[in-house]
Write a protein that binds this ligand. Structure first.
Ligand SMILES: [Zn+2]
Length: 239
């Protein structure tokens, strides 16, 4: 996979384009002092500071490979948010297509993993293997093929947050608290299943990640009840 830090020439060129796009759209909105630059945030996020007719944007550097049209959509959406406050979605269809593309993943997944300090970068734990768990879920027909997803154990043994994922980067983390001989393999398999459902759902601009429909699908897993009980017990234990 390509590492964007290896291409300073390209970065510079794209940054010029970024400043150009944010500058021209911003001037149409009445701003006259505009700075927009790529920033190496770990997560895909952007921030801004506004003062009168000046505005400074810091844009996730995962957007570096986006084409001009996508950057224009992104800039327009951010200016809209700047004026009207939080809105339900800043994603246009063109932006979603880019963010969900294999090209986006090829450019950014390895970089995201490099920035993820809490991950072991290995699907094999000391006891359980998340790749085996994925294959089992797939063979049971519980999840679709997900060839780009990367499974990792966390370095920290978190009891409360036992799994999380980046839908954009197709990266799943499962807490290493579940990787011990006393915890049966179906528990980490169930957590992986939950995160795979999120990845299959893709971007949800409405942010309804755990609605009733999601819970119904979660409960298709044959051992969901036992797994939930295990997770409750582990959360209640003292470290
Ligand atoms: Zn969830």
């Amino acid at each position: 996979m390509q590492d964007i830090t290896c291409c300073p020439g390209e970065t510079f060129e794209m940054s010029t384009e970024l400043a150009d796009i944010f500058g021209s759209i911003g001037r149409e909105q009445g701003y006259d002092d505009i700075v927009a630059e790529f920033t190496p945030y770990k997560e895909f996020k952007s921030s801004w500071r506004r003062s009168g007719r000046s505005v400074r944007f810091q844009i996730s550097d995962y957007m570096i490979g986006a084409d001009r049209g996508v950057l224009e959509d992104f800039a327009t959406s951010l200016y809209r948010r700047l004026d009207r406050g939080p809105c339900r979605s800043i994603y246009t269809p063109r932006l979603v297509t880019w963010l969900m593309s294999r090209e986006f993943l090829a450019q950014n997944q390895a970089l995201y993993l490099k920035r993820s300090r809490n991950l072991t970068l290995d699907h094999r734990g000391k006891v359980h293997d998340l790749q085996d768990a994925y294959l089992s879920l797939r063979d049971q027909g519980l999840v679709r093929d997900c060839p780009d997803a990367v499974f990792n154990w966390t370095r920290r043994r978190n009891r409360m947050r036992v799994g999380y994922c980046s839908v954009l980067m197709k990266v799943i983390a499962v807490s290493s608290i579940l990787d011990q001989p006393s915890v049966p393999p179906f528990v980490s398999e169930y957590v992986l299943y939950h995160e795979l459902l999120h990845i299959q759902d893709g971007l949800r601009p409405d942010r309804r990640h755990h609605g009733p429909e999601f819970r119904d699908r979660e409960h298709i897993h044959p051992r969901w009840k036992e797994s939930e009980e295990w997770l409750r017990r582990l959360a209640a234990q003292r470290a």
